[in-house]
Design a protein around this ligand. Structure first.
Ligand code: GDP
Length: 511
């Protein structure tokens, strides 16, 4: 049976609350998968060496850490692309957008804590796009909450069917291993530090209490159904310990067997199938240089269809004329012979000087526009005040740049000279201030703005003009010059909506 190369791709992210164990699990996944990015132990050949030295050069010279944004590893003929979601307590648009570029996610939960606020928020973003989720209940080597408790919490809080695929044999001090429910095999801890060293005990007798639990679990939860999982309605649940390396192989197996290969992506022209010949993709992240001497950036493109080849000409939707992608950064797995190609599901890093923006579509024929990479209505709005008023020009440049990158949104009021920035999380404001200083030598402070949220306005010229006549103080333009209503409160939005039925007040803007 011959299949397209993209059938072997699994592009996924890990979502979790800080401290649940995402970093530890990532390390273990990469180790088991033999990722090439670990300390460069793997010898590269020919084209692979050339290309790899490209990105190493870029990393060293420009101080951009691109490797941690995309981690690629390979196992049993499957190529895994793990995209990093920034792991802050605070929510940022960067995280939202990274989740638009994956086909599935692993949700890591601390067995002692259950679902935490950030887990929930990230889950909701996945749900918006029906991203299928595999649940990993971590840290079972320590005393945690009862398994049923945890399973029911996932089911109730997230309104998902849960299906336990494995079961811990004891937790904490009495932890004896993990049982694979289907095969009945138990992986047991071995060695001085009681880590998993790779032996599975088949047909072992279970302690009575565990056998009883298992019977209850099998009667109480639905059976695994791959279609329900892929539709985002059911989550298979694995127990384990990232630290002690329990249940990690099972997770890799689960992704390779159940997680979907690259999914078709929504566009204005309909769903774009990965099998389409035309090379298309979209930018989901732009990373600026950490070295202020270099103004260049890396745009991360998720390939949606076609086989990308180095040097290929693609047209970015924001530019309208083709660019040649000569020095793309490809993220290699161990044994890729043809290292100059990328397949649907793969991520390509494209160095550029600000031409590529988050949300841009790139295509060979300039005939596709991907949708679903929205800007989100900001939840925090602040006025930007300069300490040195002569720096207005630098500030404007900085705000434009940073809004292109998706760090903040910027609004230029129709009246008055105080520019307003909008974010969805506090952390974005901290990043803004420190980058203004470090990269643009602009000292600024953020002051409260009399606005609570913002809405993009759509309507004909007449309706917009009439609205503006009454609400000049609340009108602004965004980075693209599109009209925005800055509202004092959510109530204000509802009120204006009712009074202006010819206008739409949109909480998101798709580029
Ligand atoms: P992140 O913030 O989600 O990336 O979490 P980390 O991977 O940094 O882990 C947070 C803390 O939990 C660290 O001290 C880890 O050593 C610890 N940790 C992670 N996984 C496990 C586990 O399976 N068992 C135990 N006991 N500790 C763990």
């Amino acid at each position: 049976m011959s299949t397209s190369p993209h059938q072997s791709r699994r592009t996924f992210a890990i979502i979790s609350h800080p401290d649940a164990g995402k970093t530890t699990l990532t390390e273990k996944l990469l180790l088991q998968g033999g990722a090439i990015h670990l300390a460069g132990q793997v010898k590269a050949r020919g084209a692979a060496r050339r290309a790899r030295s490209d990105w190493m050069k870029i990393e060293q010279q420009r101080g951009i850490s691109v490797t941690s944004s995309v981690m690629t590893f390979e196992r049993d003929g499957i190529t895994f692309n793990l995209l990093d979601t920034p792991g802050h307590e605070d929510f940022s648009e960067d995280t939202y957008r990274t989740l638009t570029a994956v086909d599935s996610a692993i949700m890591v939960i601390d067995a002692a804590k259950g679902i935490e606020p950030q887990t929930r928020k990230l889950f909701e973003v996945c749900r918006l796009r029906s991203v299928p989720i595999i649940t990993f209940i971590n840290k079972v080597d320590r005393e945690g909450r009862a398994c049923f408790d945890l399973l029911d919490e996932v089911a109730d809080m997230l309104a998902l069917d849960v299906c336990p695929m494995s079961w811990p044999v004891g937790m904490g001090g009495v932890f004896e291993g993990i049982l694979d429910i289907k095969s009945g095999g138990i992986s047991r801890p071995e060695g001085a530090s009681k880590e998993f060293l790779g032996k599975i005990d088949h047909g072992a007798a279970l302690p009575d209490a565990v056998a009883e639990e298992l019977e209850l679990a099998q009667a109480g939860y639905p059976e695994f159904d791959v279609d329900a999982y892929r539709a985002g309605d059911l989550t298979p649940v694995y127990f384990g310990s990232a630290l002690k390396n329990f249940g990690v192989m099972e997770l890799i197996d689960a992704i390779s067997r159940h997680a979907p290969p690259p999914r078709p992506q929504p566009s204005e022209q309909g769903m774009i199938e990965p099998d389409n010949k035309e090379v298309t993709g979209f930018i989901f992240k732009v990373q600026a240089n950490m070295d202020p001497m270099h103004r260049d950036r890396i745009a991360f493109m998720r390939l949606v269809s076609g086989t990308f080849k180095r040097g290929m000409k693609l047209t970015p939707s924001g530019l309208g004329k083709p660019i040649a992608v000569h020095s793309p950064i490809l993220f290699f797995a161990q044994d890729r012979e043809i290292a100059d190609n990328a397949e649907p599901g793969d991520i390509i890093g494209i160095p550029n000087h600000g031409t590529l923006r988050v949300g841009d579509t790139l295509s060979e024929k300039n005939d596709v526009r991907f949708t679903g990479l929205p800007n989100f209505a900001p939840e925090i709005l602040r006025r930007v005040a300069l300490k040195d008023p002569t720096k207005a020009k630098q500030l404007r440049k900085a705000l434009d740049d940073l809004s292109e990158e998706g760090v903040i949104q910027v609004f230029y009021p129709e009246i008055g000279s105080q520019w307003v920035v909008g974010v969805v999380g506090q952390l974005q404001l901290d990043v803004l201030i420190s980058r203004l200083e470090a990269e643009y030598k602009v000292e600024a402070v953020l002051e409260p703005a009399p606005f609570d949220t913002a809405r993009w306005l759509k309507g004909d010229d007449k309706a917009l003009r009439e609205f503006g006549d009454f609400n000049k103080m609340s009108l602004a333009r965004d980075r693209d010059g599109d009209p925005v209503f800055m509202a004092r409160s959510a109530w204000d939005v509802g009120y204006q909506q009712e009074r202006n039925p010819d206008l739409t007040f949109s909480a998101t803007k798709e580029r």
